[in-house]
Ligand binder design. Sequence first.
Ligand code: 0X9
Ligand code: CA
Ligand code: ZN
Length: 324
Amino acid sequence: DFPPEDSDYHSFAELDEVVDATVADHPDLAAKEVVGTSHEGRELIAVKITSDVGTDHDRPEVLFTHSQHAREHLTVEMAVYLLRTLTEDYGGDPEVTELVDTREIWILPNVNPDGSEYDIADGSYKSWRKNTQPNEGTSAIGTDLNRNWAYEWGCCGGSSGDPADITYRGPAAESAPEVKQVADFVRSRVVDGEQQITAAIDFHTYGELVLWPYGHTYDDTAPGMTRDDYEAHAALGTMMADSNGYTPQQSSDLYITDGSINDWLWGDQGIFSFTFEMFPSGGGGGGFYPGDEIIPEETSRNREAVLTLLDYADCPYRAIGKEA
Ligand code: 0X9
Ligand code: CA
Ligand code: ZN
């Protein structure tokens, strides 16, 4: 479990309790779906939030993924914040009410539960990043989920082929069961040939950044990324960064990554996709392990950014004054 001084962070069991309570308190607004199981057999949970949640409406769908990286526990707290805010503020806050009435929101609060639990297993942090899948021919454990997605996988020096490395991409794209099943979930949202999910944020720590694709190339435009596509990502990303004080940039401006969820969501699925690197901005502030007292401020800090993405999900090109 978390050390006592960080007890406000949610372990996987505590997260499950929040999910169950959210659904129990707001059965018309929130529903739990299990989209798969992790390598060790934990549930990969999705919570759908929308009014009249039992129906598949024709509303723009928006995806929030959390905790691909085990040690980035603040991102689970971001999911808890969203679960609570989008249900508890419904009916009271006009903006939240309008967006929950007109969007279908998918929150995947922990896509790497094995890694998260391993990181806190003996009460002191292990700085673990990957999942806990064994690798053939070595005692080195784990695949970096954010290098295992099936778009330009391993293309460009933005991942490692060494199982001992923290950015190990796995033996094949979608070799990690967590990536495969979350990808299958996203693919399942294609209805009558049209991907229902239009926009997404994948939450990470740390750096206080808003990142957009591509990560596998320094170029702004590339196959699948036109000038308008790029400018719309940049405009929306900059708008969100203006609200939370993060730095907006193309993800390759940080460093080259291949096989990231961001590149796959856009390049393969046509979903406007962002990576948020949450608090802190640098190594000061606790790095991957800021004290639990920062949770309220650093999660609510992203309230407007998330509502902005939900708003633009009907037509992200509106951000550059174009209607599709
Ligand atoms: O390296 C990563 O996966 C992310 N940074 S972290 O420190 N949380 O590990 C950044 C990913 C950004 N790249 C893309 N979104 N393509
Ligand atoms: Ca729908
Ligand atoms: Zn990360």
